[in-house]
Design a protein around this ligand. Structure first.
Ligand SMILES: Cc1cc2nc3c(=O)[nH]c(=O)nc-3n(C[C@H](O)[C@H](O)[C@H](O)COP(=O)(O)OP(=O)(O)OC[C@H]3O[C@@H](n4cnc5c(N)ncnc54)[C@H](O)[C@@H]3O)c2cc1C
Length: 489
């Protein structure tokens, strides 16, 4: 069986980033990326709905080692996909990807100090590969299923129902009336994009979210680019955005009422005194209990002001022949219904993990530094922040993985396993967001502890200290190479 030093699962933003860091920092490690799909990019290749774009700034969503050069700080899906692809080619990792390889199971053997992966291939027999270290960059949701509640009366509806995750390439919506069900990031992105050519778009939401306008271009970044060398300007912009984001997050957690009032006043300013902001844009929760929805240059508000789009807030009773009916009797006419109802959270891409033949249930493990699991040897994963750009964390994790591999080599160790002392840590849930998709998934996610290194920081600056400078030996048991033949590289 072919054996590698490191196998990375997933060729999305995290997997490509991790491979680049591995190549740069540990060039002698033999690695492979296994990707179920036939493309690089993950999320940014899968999602094709109109208007698809980042809602965090590209200076923090792009890699620390490769500056974001485009003028826009909020980029569309194809631009992000191109950035990931170019990075993979320029850094020489593209040729290490095996496409059409879906990893279904990974079994750890203590005797062999390694993982054996079971891999399904389209139109070919399954194959097995072995590795010393497994790094899961599988994202956090199912690529095959989306969260899609059933609505009464769907069979009566004469139009088309689409989910943004599976947007039909040829869907012609110009001149049509569209209802977008949802109030999250996807809905607020879709509404202005569809409204450019549709007859009318109605955003149908059960309850409102916080929606905040931000400039699509970062003027400070533009200025820094003029006066500093490219890398210095990029680093400065990245830190500026990290610190501003953290400042705002902390302010929102400390003074939720004041921040809520300010956010709602900003919406009122956008939409004018005559608009019913209380009904449509005043959430029932505090800012950052759920993610804020950011709209570049207020594009959603512009569509609402122009009358090309509108919002209906209420519970859907059922779909009718020509639209949908809310419980309060409002009828929303629609020929196309878009169910922007969310993702189906899936940990490690559905991978079945086992150790010496015994199934590992990640929900019974404690997460370690947001990147490993207690009692699971030589296994790491990339899971981004809920309150900042995903890549900030994925980048730190990849660099930490390289440090850890180097330490293992120095110690002559063949395994590294986070170990928690029984009774020494109080368990708390993995994420503190109250969003539906998080609540639905909590029971399948690992737990976190009340203290370091079992606590999730959700804070880039603290993670820089923990992952870049903290000890890699903290609460880790290193396994010795008894045969004396491994970890020579
Ligand atoms: C619509 C949308 C918008 C988003 N916008 C932002 C944003 O603005 N800012 C932000 O920070 N985050 C955002 N996110 C979160 C986003 O997922 C991350 O930004 C980032 O793309 C995650 O990268 P990833 O490589 O970790 O995972 P993904 O992009 O999900 O890539 C995972 C890859 O792993 C592959 N894979 C999964 N399981 C297996 C398996 N078992 N075997 C083989 N291959 C497998 C998949 O096919 C995929 O290619 C958004 C998410 C969505 C859905």
């Amino acid at each position: 069986m072919e054996r590698y030093d490191v196998i990375i699962i997933g060729a999305g933003l995290s997997g490509i980033g991790a491979a680049c860091q591995l190549r740069r920092r540990l060039p002698d490690q033999r690695f492979l990326i296994l990707e179920a799909r036939h493309a690089i990019g993950g999320t940014w290749d899968l999602f094709r709905y109109p208007g698809i774009r980042s809602d965090s700034d590209m200076h923090t969503l792009s890699y620390s080692f490769r500056p974001w050069r485009a003028a826009e700080a909020i980029a569309d899906g194809p631009a992000i996909r191109a950035y990931i692809e170019e990075t993979a080619r320029e850094e020489g990792v593209a040729e290490h990807i095996r496409f059409g390889h879906r990893v279904t199971a990974a079994g750890w053997s203590s005797a062999e100090s390694g993982w054996t992966l079971t891999i399904e291939r389209e139109g070919a027999a399954p194959v097995s590969l072995a590795c010393d270290w497994l790094h899961a960059c599988t994202g956090y949701y199912s690529y095959d299923r989306a969260h899609r509640p059933a609505f009464a009366g769907e069979e009566a509806f004469a139009g088309t129902i689409v989910h943004p995750q599976f947007w039909p390439e040829r869907l012609d919506y110009a001149g049509r009336r569209i209802a977008v069900i949802g109030s999250g990031a996807t809905a607020v992105t879709l509404v202005p994009a569809l409204a450019r050519t549709a007859a009318h778009v109605t955003m149908v939401q059960r309850s409102p979210s916080y929606v905040v306008s931000r400039p699509a271009r970062d003027r400070i970044a533009d200025r820094l680019r003029k006066v500093l060398p490219e890398r210095a300007a990029y680093a400065a912009t990245r830190w500026k955005n990290v610190l501003l984001g953290q400042f705002f997050y902390r302010l929102a957690r400390r003074r939720p009422r004041a921040v809520a009032r300010r956010l709602i006043a900003m919406v009122r300013h956008e939409l004018g005194a005559g608009y019913d902001v209380a009904t449509h844009f005043t959430p029932r929760y505090d800012p950052w209990d759920q993610r804020l929805c950011l709209v570049p240059d207020g594009d959603l508000f512009a569509a609402l002001r122009d009358g090309r789009a509108s919002v209906a807030t209420g519970t859907i009773d059922r779909l009718t022949r020509d639209g949908l009916l809310l419980l309060d009797g409002t009828h929303v006419e629609a020929e196309i219904v878009v169910t922007a109802t969310g993702l189906d959270i899936l940990l490690f891409g559905g991978l079945a993990l086992s150790r010496n033949g015994t199934i590992i249930d990640p929900a019974r493990s404690l997460q370690y530094k947001g990147m490993m699991l207690s009692d699971v040897p030589n296994f790491s994963f990339a899971f981004g922040y809920t309150n900042a750009s995903w890549t900030l964390k994925a980048d730190l994790v990849a660099a930490y993985l390289c440090r850890l591999r180097r330490t293992m080599r120095r110690r002559g160790a063949v395994s590294a396993t986070p170990r928690v002392r029984l009774g020494s840590v109080t368990e708390v849930p993995f994420a503190d967001l109250s969003s539906g998709y998080i609540r639905r998934a909590l029971s399948s996610l690992p737990r976190q502890g009340h203290r370091r290194p079992w606590r999730l920081n959700q804070n880039y600056a603290l993670d820089v200290l923990a992952l870049r400078f903290g000890s890699v030996a903290e609460a880790v048991e290193f396994g010795a190479d008894r045969s004396g033949t491994r970890m020579k590289r």
